[in-house]
Write a protein that binds this ligand. Sequence first.
Ligand code: BES
Ligand code: MN
Ligand code: ZN
Length: 498
Amino acid sequence: MVFSANTIDLARSASQCLVVGVFDGKEPELSPSAQELDTATGLQLQEILSHGDCDAEPGSALMVYQPRGIAARRILLLGLGSHDDPDDLNLRKAAAAAAKVLEKCRIRSAEFAILDTVQDDECTRQARNIVEAIEETAYLYQETKSIKQPKRRLSKVRLVASRDKLSAIRLGIKQGVAISHGVAFAKTISNLPGNICTPRYLAKQAKQLQKSHGLKTTVLDEKQMKALKMGSLLSVSRGSREPARLIIMEYSGGAEDQPPIVLVGKGLTFDAGGISIKPAAAMDEMKYDMCGGASVYGALIAASELNLPLNVVGIVPSSENLPDGAANKPGDIVTSMAGKTIEILNTDAEGRLILCDALTYAERYQPAAVVDIATLTGACIIALGHHASGLFSNCEKLAEELLAAGQAAGDRAWRLPTWNDYTRQLKSNFADLANIGGRSAGSVTAACFLQEFAQNYKWAHLDIAGTAWKSGHAKMATGRPVPLLSEFLIGRSENADA
Ligand code: BES
Ligand code: MN
Ligand code: ZN
């Protein structure tokens, strides 16, 4: 897909399709660009509105054929929602709806004139939103199908705006394209089944990103992790025939002495629960237990394609969690790299066991901040459903920054506490720490467990159990929270000394 931005004369453009907005007022009302076209067509659009045929709800779209008196073949009237309450999600929904209609009508190129009411300082972000939403509709998982779907026809989208807005919009397009690449990559490795996407497969992908995106990739095998005393991580992979890997990817866009942002992503390529085995229903979805790791790949792809003046390190601890004679047993006690002993009361709480050693490993980078991303707890779905990721942090400023990034990127998170009251639930009679904290506040106690290993830097944790994929009929990875992380990194690169 090729995106561009230009100023054009709407009435004279020989476009295959001009996309313009309709707002939700008392009655649906035409946006300024739509009004311009309406005048040229001799009020053809007003007439359609007066018949009540056009809906201004975001997500609705009405194709107008053979418009009078203009050079374009078609006009697509696109619902943009309420004028007074311009919501980013509305614009995304509308852009996605337009892309779907255009594709159905086999249209190859279109001009979108839907940024005409957007404030100047919002143009970059909204152009990015539009690009991401259109790319989202184009994602196709094909990797393990023998019959491939035909390629998408819609291949050229031009964003139309006044001259003074073009450079801001072009920047938004560039960002939207880079983020979409990251999102699509994350989706694809997440959608792959556990028998293909193993820890070694993820390591291979990381090596490939060294070539394609100039990252510096290092992969530690079990022997090297043993030398580092990563007893907690290795206890999880002991029950699996696939060897664990610690995957490290470095993007160096900043000055050599600039402390990096470290992203740590859970890369559990299949979580059967171990000896505390999970019930059979929907267990296939536990191939998605590496989505946190996938989002780290995605964010690094976006950062490198945007050449952000920033240093970013991605760390992905990767393992399977299966039942086996050598697997962890409830009651087993292991020693983490940090030296803390852990009583494993439930082998299904394995994410924190592999993450804690990766968090300790992160200390060597003397990071500006560490953000870990994990499909950590089913309890997070109970708390927040599938709309927001859970956010936890030991630093107010970092938490605010991530919440704002999620809001701006249409990839929201919501904060939950990590108070000592909850950490106390992790007390063990036999070790420094138990790996579960009882039935109540499961997401919080999981985060508190991680926080114990993140005391030497500014840290945040995103629990993406409810947001990383969709279940049921539309089962598919979402690529979240790549947009949030990318927005966060873009923000950091704009105030490099924040
Ligand atoms: N990967 C799961 C969490 C999960 C479950 C994410 C379902 C998305 C959907 C994690 O490893 C896990 O099993 N957590 C347990 C923790 C419990 C044993 C304290 C859970 O949530 O049940
Ligand atoms: Mn588990
Ligand atoms: Zn898991």
